[in-house]
Design a protein. Structure first.
Lengths: 282, 322
């Protein structure tokens, strides 16, 4: 362990060397994703169950007033589509963090971290790889949703891409930060209960915030403080060719904070990964 | 040669740069006693005109100079000058006028007086009352056949469509339809008359020659109670291929294939959608949504709701400058 931790990246790597590293990591993540067909299917089934079943049941119950970026009345399924896109990325971010715990347990992470390139860059590549995978999932979801009459303007498919990349990076780096503190795969269930569910439900993914405010002003503040809410809103506006500046600032800020946190946490000389005897790559 | 080329290019540019034609829509707001004026290019309310009590039926005169609006609680029809956008005159209707129809030449106006069981005939040029025609209880829906020979009036409580000869001003036939007929609309080729029944929840298709119901349009929206589906306003495209039916508290416009009389799509609009009007180029269809106090704009070709605009309280009728 000490052999890899003390090895700081020597200066002077060429851009092509960085690119080799980046493509290597993204490619591996892509291959892993493609080989795990169940993962792709389950990543799609989860939001589709919400869309086909949950939204169908609620479409008449929840009357929705006109809220930006929408310009007219919309059905409930149209409202929750951006929330489900963010949900895909949330699960994907957590899943890639799960795969990091797995890699650490299996010893594969050693191969990654032994690379002489800076640790921060390696983690960033891993994040980008995870985000790229989430993009595939989100666009597959959008394709199916199109047949379900969720038809944002054509330009929206393009303008939503930067928003998806940013929110993917934020949720990925959050997952990475969390994974640094998890020692065993079994602990991942806790992540579900303590991170994914609260983040998802206390957000604007399923209901507009004015509705939440009517029900409970406190919950409204919780939702407002939840970075996931801003990821959802950033995606929602971008899907209709608009920018929600507050959400953009929050998501960008959180991405930077989580990423720095993750890089710090994965530096075994300082970070959380060092804690306890079971720390490190197992 | 090069000059010609340049002229050609310039005129081409001028053609492409020509702005889309903007129209002006007038919406009667039943509760706020106003008429909202909407510009169809910016999709904003450009003016709110104070009118009499309870404005409902609204239509342009054929020359496009005036907007006539039936102000039921003032027992008259007011005329708004389209240029100055101010009320300038009124027409002598019976008590509680609701909807009206004018002949093709724009000379004669027929007004349904809801509380009087009569249809008033008005000379539009002289702005004088010519007489009354006795019809069923609570007359409402009014339309004239494209050839101008037959006036249709529907009576809400009698549940009938009355066929009135415009020449003799006599009822020549009565056709029983489903409960509470609200609105009547002819196909442009005169082959069919469509009558919406608010409580019956259907649109009856009537053969105007035989005076009998030859078919019905039924509506079904998954998850909605049958009682919530209350057809009112009807709009038919000029090619008679597609009809749009406002479904009241179902908050939806049904898109109906006229040939098969089947609903092909439901479009979500505001609450309690009542009446509608096409822009003259038939690019857009505007609907009045009474409870949510707004007007929804439908892209006719795409069959999609693209925008909803806030107007006054309880928007009821709508007309667009020819």
């Amino acid at each position: 362990m000490s052999s890899i931790t003390t090895r700081d990246a020597p200066p002077g790597f060429s851009a092509s060397e960085y690119m080799t590293c980046l493509t290597g990591i993204v490619w591996r993540e892509g291959l892993r994703f493609l080989h795990q067909r169940e993962r792709f299917v389950s990543a799609l089934v989860r939001p589709l169950v919400w869309l086909f079943i949950f939204a169908a049941g609620f479409r008449q119950v929840l009357g929705i007033s006109i809220i930006p970026p929408y310009e007219t009345y919309i059905l409930y399924e149209v409202f929750i589509a951006p929330g489900l896109m963010a949900m895909i990325q949330l699960f994907n971010g957590m899943q890639s963090s799960l795969s990091m715990v797995y890699d650490r347990e299996m010893g594969n992470m050693r191969t990654l971290l032994v690379s002489p390139l800076p640790r921060g860059f390696l983690l960033f590549c891993k994040l980008l790889a995870g985000t790229a995978v989430s993009l595939l999932q989100v666009y597959a979801f959008l394709l199916i949703a199109w047949f379900w009459d969720i038809t944002p303007p054509p330009i929206g498919y393009l303008t939503v891409l930067p928003a998806l990349i940013l929110s993917g990076l934020m949720l990925g780096s959050l997952g990475m930060l969390i994974s640094s503190g998890i020692k065993q795969l079994e602990s991942f269930a806790g992540v579900m209960n303590f991170v994914i569910f609260p983040m998802f439900f206390a957000s604007s993914a399923l209901y507009p915030l004015w509705r939440v405010q009517e029900g409970s002003p406190y919950l409204y503040y919780v939702c407002q403080a939840n970075p996931f809410t801003h990821a959802v809103e950033l995606i929602r506006f971008a899907l209709y060719g608009q920018i929600n500046w507050i959400s953009l600032a929050v998501v960008a800020g959180c991405t930077i904070v989580f990423m720095i946190g993750a890089i710090y946490a994965y530096d075994p000389s300082r970070g959380l990964a060092r804690r306890g005897p079971a720390g490190g790559e197992g | 040669m090069s000059r010609m080329w340049r002229v050609g290019l310039l005129s081409g540019l001028a053609l492409t740069a020509a702005p889309a034609h903007a129209f002006v829509a007038y919406v009667s707001n039943e509760k706020s006693n106003t008429v909202s004026v909407i510009d169809t290019e910016s999709w904003t309310v450009t003016k709110t005109i104070k009118v009499g009590q309870r404005p409902r039926g609204i239509d342009f005169t054929r020359d496009g100079k005036f907007v006539m609006v039936a102000v039921g609680d003032d027992d008259t029809i007011q005329m708004i000058d389209a240029k100055t956008q101010a009320v300038v005159d009124s027409l002598p209707s019976g008590p509680d006028p609701e909807l009206f129809a004018q002949d093709a030449a724009g000379k004669i106006l027929y007004v349904a007086n809801e509380n009087d069981n009569t249809v008033t005939v008005i000379d539009l040029e002289k702005r004088a009352r010519l007489g009354d025609i006795q019809v069923g209880v609570e007359p409402e829906g009014m339309t004239i056949s494209p050839d101008g020979k037959i006036l249709i009036n529907t009576s809400e409580t009698t549940n009938m469509a009355h066929f009135i000869d415009t020449h003799s001003r006599q009822i020549v036939a009565n056709v029983l339809v489903d409960a509470r007929p609200r609105f009547a609309e002819f196909k442009h080729d005169s082959s069919e008359l469509w009558v919406s029944s608010e409580i019956g929840g259907t649109v009856s298709v009537i053969d105007p020659g035989k005076h009998e119901v030859i078919g019905k349009v039924n509506f079904e929206i998954p998850g909605l109670r049958k009682e919530a589906i209350q057809p009112v306003g009807i709009g038919m495209t000029k090619d008679d291929k597609t009809a749009f039916v406002a479904l009241g508290p179902a908050n939806r416009i049904a898109v109906v294939d006229v040939a098969t009389r089947k609903v092909t799509k439901y479009l979500l609009v505001g609450q309690r959608v009542w009446h509608m009007a096409f822009t003259p180029d038939e690019k857009y269809l505007l609907t009045t949504n009474g409870v949510s106090n707004d007007v929804s704009v439908i892209d006719v070709a795409a069959q999609k709701v693209i925008k909803t605009i806030q107007v006054g309280e309880l928007p009821w009728g709508i007309t667009i400058a020819p």
